[in-house]
Every structure is written in structure tokens, then in C-alpha cells.
Design a protein around this ligand. Structure first.
Ligand SMILES: [Mn+2]
Length: 479
């Protein structure tokens, strides 16, 4: 039997660590790009810094979990190195007479690689040379030596300061932190070390804000990758609509659309999809996706794929039978009007808080003028706003601080935000001798790139108008 090597792929005579180095296809440019990001962070935060990657890979979260996402690195580390591998630490030491960047990885373990495939590691000089060549980081060390090396670097520094990254809100009355993730555990570990070394109190600080300031405005290459994610996601949606009448259960829609996306991208889904028929769509994060689809219902789809380290996050709402009924169409167009109003308003300097005002006010007015005034009745489980209209997108499908403090900051050129108005509730209407009474969830979500004078809707190729959706659903199945 011929046993294939588990080593790196060879393409055009060059080894590419395709699974490990996430922007690898950008070749030498990728290396330069990550180096430039680290340089900018060191310039902004002129201090010793240590940042951790994820502690385990997919399927290793718990003994019995087999979750799998091919892109799983902590986004902070992904942004600075492109390395998609667990148990990695990055040390930055700007101004040092020694190396300014050290990458800590585990020792090579051929027995483990027999099972799990190739990894960056130390202990094998040829592999270390390869890691340096691929990542552009010249100093690669054993992760078991991290404490010792950090101690040496720390004691050498005149200014006794260390920066690391954890998620924390500093908004007045909001002081709280995410205390359950690897970043927090790593912070605690550094604190313990500093105490052991009798370091002065308060010398550990959070670099979260300056890191996000660098990371959130996407660069040209990120935008190109986002466009690719949008394109794959949009094509998958169109193909799903053409086949929609074959599907009589939510799981069939999910299997089909995610299959279409995954066939075109090895980087995984942006998130597990939401496929919610009828009243299931009133559950905002519905994920069971196992109910039958009944003729006449609306079906809400929230889906998207990654390309490299970038994401698409799209929602569409479509009629199961291929045609919106009169009430569904009125409600759908109210939500669409809100989406267009947000798109018109979004620009650098504006805030997401202001986009929310525009969005939910447009829906309120729309309901009054186009539905309630015609005798329609509605019942919602919320006061005006079921959720925010926008979140940041970047290295993660939901990027930026998880407390969404950024909602009151002026938006910057290069920010990528979602535009996702929604309407969820029970709607009743008597019209032309017909009685409508439905529990409905409608969400229409596009992704907007903020520019100095407005925004670019990167999802504009993904059908959202009633006529476009109905046309695609009416198309006879291709043989
Ligand atoms: Mn979203």
C-alpha cells in the first residue's frame, strides 16, 4: 500500500502549509502583511507583549465533542500571524536588542502527526527553518520555555510593563470581562508569573483597544477575501432557491446550502446556519433546523461561508411555495425599506446607534402606514427593537468587543458591518375575503463596507427583492 505523506502540500514546487497558514495563498505578500501588522501594533503599544492562541483544535474541546471548524484560531493571533494551529504563543518585544518577535510552538511529535497531520513545531531543524520561512518570524522557540524566556525579557526591560489581550468593557457602569475563555486564563497565568518575579503591581495591561483599532478596518486583501466569501455564499443561495421546492424539512435546506458553500471553500462556514420555517423564525438564534416546511410559510435563512480569514453573514427570507402571499409581501417590503434606509445612512463618522434609530423607526412607520392602517394587526414580543441592526464583521463573523461598545463610536472607513433589520411576531389581516394569521420572522441581512462618503454593499449580488426571489424559485429545476 502506498502511504501518502502527511507533510505540507507541494504546489508549483513550493511547500504550502495550507491547513496551518491561513493566508498562505497570498504567498510572500502574506508574510509581509502579517509582519507589517505586528510592526504597527509594536509601534502603538511600545512595550513587551504576549498573546496566546487557542488551547486546543477542533474536536478537542471536551472528550466527547466532535465539533469541527477548519478555521479555529484565536482571531487576535490569526490577525497577527495567520497561523491556524492550537498551542501557539506570540511574544513581541519592541526596541529589544534581541529578536523583536518570538513564536512559541510545541515540539514536533511524529507519533501525534501520524494521527493529526503536520504541525509547526520545534526540535527538527528543517521544520523550524520552514516555520520561519512560511511565517516570516525569525525566532521560533519551544512553548515549554515560554515562562523562562518571558522572565528574561521582562527583567531586561527598564520599564516593567507587559501587555496582553483580554475582552473587557470599560464603559461607565459596564465594567465586566469575559472570564471563561483562553485569553482570560492566559492573563491569569501572566499575573501569577509576575507575582512570582516580584513585579510591581499594575504592570500588566490590556492591549484590546489598540488591537481592535488596527484589526477592524479591513485592508484591501481582507476586502478581496470578503468579496470572495460573498460570491460563494450568494451562488449557494441562488442554487438553493432554484431547488427549493424539493425541500420539505429545514435540515434539507441546511444540508443543501451548506454543502454548496463548503464545496467552494476549505475554510469552513462563518457559523452554523439558521434555517427557520414559519413560527421557528421568531426564535432569533433558532438552530434545531429539524422541522417540516409547510407550504405557504416563510422560511428564514441565516448563513455564510469563510474565505481565508474573512466571513460572509447573510440572511434572507423566502416563501416556501415560491410566491409571497399579499400580507407576507407587505411585511417583507417594510423590512426591506428599513434595510435600504440603513444602507443610505451608513458612512464613516456615523454611529451604529444612529443606524439603529433609522432602522427601527422605519419599521415602526412602515407597519403603521402600510399594515395597521389597512386593518392589519400585529403582536410582537419586544418593544420596537428585537436586536441591533449592525455588528462588526472581520476575523470573526461577530468581530470587535463582544460588549459592542463600538456601537457608540464613530464608524471608520474599512469597517465591515452587518445590515440586518428584522420583524418577528404574529400578524393577522383580513383582506379581499381572505384571512391571514401567521407567526412570521423576517430578516434581511447584507454586509456593508464603510467608506468616507457612504458605504459599499458587498452583498448586492445576492438577490433580496421580492421579484428576484420569486423568479429564481419559479425556475424549473435543471437536469
Ligand atoms: Mn449577523
Amino acid at each position: 500500500m502506498h502511504v501518502k505523506s502527511t507533510g505540507p502540500l507541494v504546489k508549483n514546487g513550493k511547500k504550502i502549509y495550507s491547513g496551518i497558514f491561513r493566508d498562505g495563498s497570498a504567498g510572500r505578500y502574506a508574510k509581509k502583511r502579517f509582519r507589517e501588522r505586528r510592526r504597527r501594533l509594536m509601534k502603538k503599544e511600545n512595550r513587551l507583549m504576549v498573546l496566546t492562541g487557542v488551547p486546543y483544535g477542533p474536536g478537542q474541546e471536551t472528550t466527547w465533542t466532535y465539533a469541527h471548524s477548519p478555521t479555529y484560531q484565536e482571531p487576535t493571533l490569526m490577525y497577527l500571524t495567520g497561523i491556524n494551529q492550537s498551542e501557539v504563543i506570540l511574544l513581541l518585544d519592541p526596541g529589544s536588542k534581541e529578536s523583536h518577535e518570538i513564536l512559541f510552538v510545541k515540539r514536533k511529535n511524529p507519533g501525534k502527526e501520524f494521527w493529526d497531520g503536520v504541525r509547526f513545531g520545534v526540535g527538527d531543524p528543517e521544520n523550524v527553518r520552514e516555520v520561519k520561512r512560511v511565517t516570516g518570524i525569525k525566532d521560533v522557540q519551544d512553548i515549554d520555555d515560554f515562562d523562562e524566556i518571558l522572565k528574561k525579557r521582562f527583567l531586561k526591560r527598564r520599564k516593567k510593563q507587559v501587555g496582553t489581550f483580554w475582552l473587557e468593557s470599560k464603559r461607565a457602569g459596564h465594567r465586566r470581562a469575559i472570564q471563561t475563555d483562553h485569553n482570560w486564563k492566559f492573563k491569569k497565568r501572566i499575573e501569577r508569573l509576575l507575582r512570582k518575579w516580584k513585579a510591581p503591581k499594575g504592570c500588566l495591561s490590556n492591549i484590546m483597544q489598540s488591537h481592535f483599532n488596527l484589526r477592524l478596518p479591513l485592508d484591501a486583501y481582507d476586502i478581496a477575501n470578503t468579496l470572495k466569501a460573498q460570491k460563494i455564499t450568494g451562488e449557494a443561495f441562488k442554487e438553493t432557491l432554484r431547488n427549493f421546492r424539493k425541500f420539505d424539512n429545514e435540515c434539507m435546506v441546511q444540508g443543501f446550502i451548506e454543502g454548496q458553500m463548503l464545496m467552494q471553500s476549505p475554510y469552513g462556514l462563518s457559523f452554523p446556519g439558521i434555517i427557520a420555517a414559519g413560527h421557528n423564525a421568531t426564535v432569533l438564534h433558532y438552530m434545531k433546523n429539524d422541522d417540516p416546511i409547510v407550504k405557504g410559510e416563510l422560511v428564514l435563512l441565516d448563513f455564510g461561508v469563510r474565505w481565508m480569514t474573512m466571513h460572509a453573514d447573510i440572511s434572507r427570507t423566502v416563501p416556501a411555495s415560491g410566491k409571497f402571499n399579499t400580507m407576507q409581501k407587505i411585511l417583507y417590503e417594510i423590512v426591506l425599506a428599513a434595510q435600504l434606509a440603513v444602507e443610505k445612512k451608513a458612512r464613516a463618522g456615523e454611529t451604529i446607534a444612529e443606524l439603529n434609530n433609522v432602522c427601527w423607526e422605519t419599521i415602526r412607520k412602515g407597519l403603521d402606514e402600510k399594515f395597521h392602517s389597512q386593518g392589519g394587526l400585529s403582536k410582537m414580543e419586544y418593544q420596537g427593537r428585537p436586536h441591533g441592526v449592525s455588528h462588526l464583521i472581520g476575523e470573526q463573523e461577530h468581530d470587535g468587543d463582544p460588549f459592542r461598545d463600538y456601537g457608540i463610536e464613530p464608524m471608520k472607513p474599512g469597517w465591515l458591518i452587518s445590515n440586518e433589520p428584522g420583524l418577528y411576531g404574529r400578524f393577522c389581516w383580513k383582506h379581499k375575503g381572505k384571512v391571514y394569521d401567521e407567526e412570521i420572522g423576517i430578516r434581511i441581512e447584507d454586509n456593508l463596507l464603510i467608506t468616507p462618503n457612504g458605504c459599499v454593499n458587498l452583498s448586492k449580488g445576492i438577490p433580496r427583492r421580492v421579484a428576484e426571489i420569486e423568479r429564481l424559485m419559479a425556475r424549473p429545476r435543471r437536469k
